[in-house]
Write a protein that binds this ligand. Structure first.
Ligand code: PLP
Length: 407
């Protein structure tokens, strides 16, 4: 792809200066305005009673997220990484797992996830004291390839005493953690079928897919639990924040309990009785209030994102570029638009394109460096990763802020 042709196409939506004289175009900015100021003022006017981790806004945000997704239970927390860490804990993934028949020989847990993801997926696994194992992506959705998962399980794992073990390391496979990349649902039904066959729990990383559906089922509902993020670059934000989702009431109670220091709710408030080593991962009420204002914007944002995708498709398709699109039967929240450069594109060609665009003050970014190349994860178990490495050279995100739809 010739850089000048690409820049020419980008300029059809991205003026050299916007109405405020701003020349720089970011990847994805949140929509923030009077509604956020009003809700924050409400909290502040409440004599500082509920700025921290108590207050009505937390429960109301959880209720609205349950209503929006249709998932029975939501527990908000400090960020997406901790949401995923807790979701893994709910699924039974831990630092050590006693071997059946050998209680004195504890083993680590392994969690199978894609290599083509943001680092927080693998970090959440490592924070549980578990080890990530990487399987390849699939070219259309960019999510975990069910065939690669199947090949990893059949080729490197074995069933023993009702559990699945990774043969070479001896680690127990504690969970499978698919990700819905850029908001496009991965082939989660096929992954869930394979997981059921091996009786391995699924924990979904839905950090990028609030508002993304598989048929009529919201992403995050195909496994034991899931975790999303409300970081400032996501579709809606609470400044920083996250949420755990589960359809299981007992697990939801457990999530609430361990994210709030495991303080016994049946005892009076002054009685500091804690019954587990737990976390303070509570979302502050200030952030929850902000989140309520953002929830009000969610339907409008999804509508703008949909229109923006189609505008980019017309413009970039017009110069022969291929856009990443959701597979049939699924609805994407269109969080980040992405182009797929032609097969055979080299890293040098990709970087040359990115540098030319950057010189125009337009922020396009390549997909993340895959996990198996990062120093702390390069020795983890993995299957073959040819699609991941191909996509690393070919996938570039283009500016995706919702209001560009009305440019
Ligand atoms: C953003 C993101 C996270 C982590 O969310 P934080 O709120 O930044 O901790 C996890 N996984 C994926 C795929 C993400 O994009």
């Amino acid at each position: 792809m010739d850089p000048q042709t690409f820049i020419g196409a980008l300029r059809q939506l991205l003026p050299t200066h916007d109405a405020h004289g701003e020349a720089r175009h970011y990847l994805q900015l949140p929509l923030i305005g009077d509604a956020e100021k009003a809700v924050l003022n409400d909290v502040l006017d409440d004599k500082g009673r509920w700025v921290s981790n108590m207050g009505p806004q937390v429960a109301e945000l959880e209720r609205q997220l349950e209503e929006f997704t249709g998932i029975a239970h939501c527990v908000v927390c400090v960020n997406g990484t901790t949401a995923l860490q807790i979701a893994l804990e709910l699924a039974g993934v831990g630092p050590m797992h006693a071997l059946p028949g050998f209680p004195d020989k504890p083993q680590r847990d392994l969690v199978i996830c894609p290599s083509l993801t943001f680092v927080a997926t693998a970090n959440a696994i490592a924070h549980r004291g578990a080890v990530p194992a990487f399987v390849d992506a699939e070219g259309q959705t960019l999510g975990m390839d069910p065939a690669a998962l199947d090949a990893f399980l059949h080729g490197q794992c074995a069933r023993r005493d009702g559990e699945t073990f990774h043969v070479e390391s001896g680690f127990r496979v504690g969970a499978i953690m698919p990700v819905h990349i850029f908001g496009n649902p991965c082939r989660i039904e096929e992954i869930a079928a394979i997981a059921a066959e091996w009786s391995i729990p699924i924990v979904e990383d839905v950090a990028e897919s609030l508002g993304s559906w598989v048929g009529g089922v919201h992403t995050g509902r195909f496994g034991v639990a899931s975790g999303t993020s409300f970081n400032g670059n996501k579709l809606i934000t609470t400044g920083g924040g996250g949420a755990i989702f589960t359809d299981d009431e007992a697990l939801a109670k457990r999530a609430k309990h361990i994210t709030a220091t495991a303080k016994d709710p049946t005892k009076p408030g002054w009685h500091y009785w804690h019954d587990a080593v737990a976390y303070n991962y509570r979302m502050p009420n200030l952030n929850a209030a902000f989140g309520l204002a953002q929830m009000g914007r969610l339907p409008g944002l999804l509508e703008q994102k949909e229109r923006l995708f189609h505008r980019w498709k017309t413009i970039l398709g017009g110069i022969g570029l291929d856009l990443v699109e959701p597979r049939d039967g699924t609805t994407s929240n269109r969080w980040l638009n992405a182009i797929r450069l032609p097969a055979g594109t080299t890293m040098e060609q990709r970087n040359e394109l990115l540098m030319a665009v950057d010189a125009e003050k337009i922020y396009c970014r390549p997909i993340w460096v895959p996990m198996h190349k990062l120093p702390m994860y390069q020795h983890c178990p993995a299957g073959p990763l040819p699609v991941t490495e191909d996509m690393e050279r070919r996938i570039i995100n283009v500016p995706s802020t919702a209001r560009l739809a009305d440019q």
